[in-house]
Design a protein around this ligand. Structure first.
Ligand code: ZN
Length: 409
């Protein structure tokens, strides 16, 4: 890699020092504060750190942390890969990730949906991965169409090769101004945000996986890659049994997108897939922690689409603990809980905890799902018999449980 200019070197080094101090004082992994210090000293640092590398940017409402991890695992087949593995997905986190792996010829960066245009401009990334767009919490509902429109503007006229999920109409629309797109039929579990054509506002007709606007020519493109239950089908028609360690259909979808992305870097499925199978947990998600003879599997669900994915992974034979908070990163408004169908939980022991347990309790009561309220997470665990338990929590509730039960990777 070419040498960074002196000012950029200094900014990068000071950022790493700040990150180390932050870690030493117990304030998290330090990647955000480190990146902020660096960007204050050298606002153009992201551009400089990205130069001379081959980059993939990964954006979506759900699954971007996991998919970033899967793509990173695959590209290690080619060499060192810089990545923001802990989900610090705004420019400060990107600066920090690239500073920490200065000589890595590859980088895979998870990017917050809103920051994608800025980060694409700054890094000139050659590959952009777009997976799904749905509302994150109610207070952001109006933004997603505007986001897709910003993606369109950002991609137009750039050489980036886009890997996009063509089962999501809004993502398809967001990606379709790109110079080159590989379409992946990765599935779409949450459809409530895509009944209208993003191009003209007309109704979308759906038939199986296929969709088309009734009033204009906008329709689902022919996919190059297809997720077919347990298998990925590549552009040559060859079938690959995924056999991932990560559970659930959502992760199989993430894996097909990762395989398509790896191929954009020249890696074929027989090279990339064994690497994907090595990934067992992502930033604590799907981790199992043990306490007092109970084995707790941790599932994160930040928004309605995420809850559906967590239900899909969760095992119907296990008791389940649900924990909901409403702090800043969760969104203060919990009315999105009403968008989720909880009836699938009927018939299993359900414990409800977290700061907003009463909101969730009311929702379950209306859905006629029996449950028990617990004052704390520990109380819910203690009330259940020894054995396997699934835990679904939203963002800060999940972090609180991880802190209490250890930050196992
Ligand atoms: Zn239309």
């Amino acid at each position: 890699m070419s040498q960074l200019p002196l000012r950029a070197q200094l900014a990068s080094a000071l950022g790493r020092t700040a990150a180390t101090l932050s870690r030493a004082t117990g304030r998290g992994d330090g990647s955000v504060i480190g990146g902020r210090v660096s960007l204050l000293l050298e606002p153009d640092l992201l551009r400089k750190l990205a130069a001379d590398r081959r980059l993939a940017l990964v954006s979506a409402t759900n699954g971007k942390t996991t998919t970033t991890r899967l793509i990173t695992a695959a590209l290690r087949e080619l060499g060192d890969v810089a990545s923001n593995a802990f989900g610090a997905n705004m420019p400060a986190g990107h600066v920090s990730a690239l500073s920490a792996a200065k000589d890595a010829p590859y980088a895979v960066l998870e990017v917050d949906e809103k920051y994608l245009p800025e980060v694409l401009d700054n890094t000139g990334a050659g590959v952009v991965v777009l997976m799904n767009l749905s509302r994150d919490q109610m207070d952001r509902a109006a933004e997603i169409w505007l986001l897709a429109q910003k993606w369109r503007r950002a991609l137009a006229g750039k050489p980036a090769h886009v890997i996009a999920n063509c089962d999501d109409p809004l993502v398809t629309w967001g990606a379709s101004t790109a110079a080159r797109v590989t379409w992946v039929a990765g599935g779409q579990r949450w459809r409530e945000d895509s009944w209208c054509c993003p191009e003209c506002g007309g109704p979308l007709d759906r038939k199986g996986a296929d969709w088309a606007c009734r009033e204009c020519t906008f329709h689902r493109p022919e996919p190059n890659w297809v997720l077919d239950d347990e298998d990925a089908i590549d552009p040559r028609g060859e079938r690959w049994r995924l056999n991932l360690k990560l559970p659930g259909q959502a992760n199989r979808s993430n894996a097909v997108i990762a395989l398509a992305t790896a191929e954009a870097f020249g890696l074929l499925p027989h090279q990339a897939l064994p690497r994907l199978r090595e990934v067992t947990s992502v930033a604590g998600r799907y981790t199992t922690v043990a306490r007092d003879g109970r084995s707790l599997r941790l599932l994160l669900a930040k928004n309605p689409a995420g809850w559906l994915e967590a239900f899909d992974v969760s095992s119907a034979e296990r008791p389940i603990i649900l924990s909901v908070n409403a702090q800043g990163p969760d969104g203060r408004d919990t009315s999105w809980l009403w968008d989720v169908d909880y009836r699938i939980l009927g018939g299993r022991p359900v414990y409800v905890t977290g700061e907003r347990r009463l909101d969730l309790a009311l929702r379950l009561d209306v859905a006629e799902v029996p449950f028990t309220l617990a004052e704390s997470f520990a109380q819910a665990v203690a009330a259940l018999p020894p054995g396997d338990i699934d835990v679904i929590a939203n963002y800060t509730a999940f972090q609180a449980i991880r802190t209490e039960f250890g930050r196992a990777e």
